[in-house]
Design a protein around this ligand. Sequence first.
Ligand code: DQA
Length: 143
Amino acid sequence: MKFLIINGPNLNLLGKREPDIYGSLSYERLCALIEGHALAHGSTACCFQSNHEGAIIDAIHAADGVYDAIVINPGAYTHYSYAILDALKAVDVPAYEVHLSHIDQREPFRAVSVTAPACVGQIYGHGHQGYLMAMDYFLEGGR
Ligand code: DQA
């Protein structure tokens, strides 16, 4: 399978950013882990990160017909980006939403995901393992 992994704003600062909430793994190490997981399953993963909504939307559009699945952590855009919701709905690539933290046990605004309805599933609170679990969903035949 060909995976596109999309990480939204501030996730480039993983490891440094609020490590008590998001963990101590850096963004670079997260990508290495994801790429290794894909390779171990005869697949590939391309990691993309942007702090800009439009760039994330462009990446989703460009995934159509190129990638088999998207694993996306939209960061704070999760809670208000109807544009990312629409982009995910507009393409024929299934997406799985991932959050490192327990978004349901934090500030009330984080419990709401406007992007999840365009995804086949959502996982949160499992730290970096959540990305691998989302990939496993597709590797095991989920669509
Ligand atoms: C996050 C949760 C969001 O509320 C936050 O804005 C993030 C990271 C997570 O992975 O837990 O940037 O998506």
